[in-house]
Design a protein around this ligand. Structure first.
Ligand code: HEM
Length: 415
């Protein structure tokens, strides 16, 4: 058995926080490998990238999720006790709850709600001065997904609910105030989400049939038990929070249209072209850096030893930029998705493998739908200018976003 190539650093957590999305790739490139051993959060950790690695990582026989996600991510991003940390029958049952919400009609409905929000905002943007797209889209997605999920939302609460979602998303990979904002955002959100669940269960708040709120409130696990209120809150937030997070991908769509303006004409009114464009945005731009698991039982892979309990990270960004999988990976080329038939282990911005039996993102189709609606509006419903501003993406910042949030000016309705 060979020793896994190592970065030989006694502790690499600070380097990880500094290097961000490039942390695993830089070490793999330096050592000429797709597997590297390092120490993160005071633990030996195996990092992997590439297609065979993704296939291995999503093998439920080899890995478990229990105890894999660092506590600082659970206390901000995901919450404690949610689907992300489950294995086996408990995971399959809980995951089925999420997947039952994702019917094509329900996804179209959410897309329509987002579309309606967007079109309704254009006149206000046309009258105001410059607008920050990230802020605007975050609030529009909050309104759309709350309505879709059946959760009541007063107009006055939109900014703070959006801010709570953003704080949770930004909390895991920052130290200091940003991390504490994430924890506070989560505590507050779990409190009100728990109250909403209670009201539905008590019959005091009607929740539409098939809505996320109703499905989560009434879900019974594989033993027939209702979820404890706090866990139900975590799962309701597992629908609301990541849908708001699509605002980052929408900003990346606008950035890609700005940097590659010939795509504006190509995607306008052409669903297949919009789909290729959106897939390339998901591949190219940095969002979720890594997925984490632990070795279920010791095994050997490609001559390397994976000891039981070892934390293993799959480099999602690095796999989406692997030169053996994606020719010229650092070029934005939606054409690469011409004739794309899908591959569960090659394009992994939202995880890989199977949606129902594995931990692949439950909201992947929603994400694609919302991004396509955004591209439709950016190219078909309005014209605008992108004034000079700082649009540089810092790969050391997780999750990444252009510092300006993408300012648009001179907005006019065109359709
Ligand atoms: C904003 C864009 C999104 C990104 C980048 C993203 C990314 C991810 C990633 C990387 C995972 C973990 C994969 C793994 O652990 O192997 C995940 C899981 C998950 N995502 Fe998303 N996601 C997004 C949007 C959504 C949306 C819109 C929803 C729901 C409406 C959603 C719900 C979930 C759930 C419930 C899981 C846990 C699945 C499981 O553990 O079985 N996500 N997502």
């Amino acid at each position: 058995m060979s020793a896994i190539p190592s970065d030989r650093s006694p502790e690499s957590t600070l380097a990880f926080l500094r290097e961000g999305y490039r942390f695993v790739g830089a070490r793999c490139d330096r050592l000429g490998t797709d597997i590297v051993q390092t120490r993160l959060l005071l633990e030996p950790t195996i990092c992997l990238r590439g297609r065979p690695a993704a296939e291995l990582f999503y093998d439920n026989e080899r890995f478990v999720r229990r105890g894999a996600m660092p506590m600082r991510a659970q206390r901000t991003l995901t919450g404690v006790g949610g689907v992300q940390g489950l294995d086996g029958a408990a995971h399959r049952s809980r995951k089925a709850m999420f997947m039952s919400i994702m019917t094509p009609a329900a996804i179209r409905h959410l897309g329509q709600l987002f579309d309606d929000e967007w079109r309704a905002r254009i006149p206000a943007w046309a009258e105001s001065g410059p607008v920050v797209l990230y802020d605007e889209v975050g609030r529009m997605l909050t309104r759309a997904v709350w309505a879709w999920a059946g959760v009541p939302l007063a107009d006055a609460d939109v900014p703070r609910r959006t801010a709570e979602m953003h704080a949770m998303i930004e909390g895991p990979a920052v130290v200091g105030p940003g991390h504490w904002r994430g924890r506070l955002g989560r505590r507050r959100a779990e409190r009100w989400a728990g109250e909403v669940i209670e009201r539905v269960r008590a019959g005091a708040l009607p929740a539409p049939e098939g809505s996320a709120l109703r499905v989560v409130a009434e879900y019974r696990d594989e033993r027939g038990t209702l979820l404890p209120r706090r866990i139900a809150a975590v799962e309701l937030l597992n629908v609301l929070r990541p849908t708001v997070a699509v605002d980052r991908f929408v900003v990346f769509c606008a950035l890609a249209l700005h940097d590659h303006p010939h795509w504006c004409d190509r995607v306008r009114g052409d669903d297949a072209a919009a789909e290729r464009f959106v897939q390339e945005v998901r591949r190219y731009y940095p969002f979720f850096p890594l997925a984490a698991a632990r070795v279920r039982r010791s095994f050997e892979w490609q001559g390397y030893d994976f000891p039981q309990g070892r934390r293993v990270l799959l480099d999602l960004y690095g796999t989406n930029h692997h030169p053996e999988l994606w020719p010229e990976p650092e070029r934005f080329r939606p054409e690469r998705f011409d004739g794309w038939r899908g591959d569960p282990f090659r394009l992994v911005p939202q995880g890989g493998g199977d949606h129902d039996t594995g931990h692949r993102c439950a909201g992947e189709w929603i994400t694609i739908e919302l991004m396509k609606r955004a591209v439709g509006n950016l190219t078909g419903s309005m014209s605008y200018r992108v004034p000079p501003q700082d649009l540089a993406l810092d790969l050391g910042r997780m999750p990444a976003l252009p510092p300006s949030g993408l300012v648009l000016d001179g907005v006019r309705r065109t359709a």
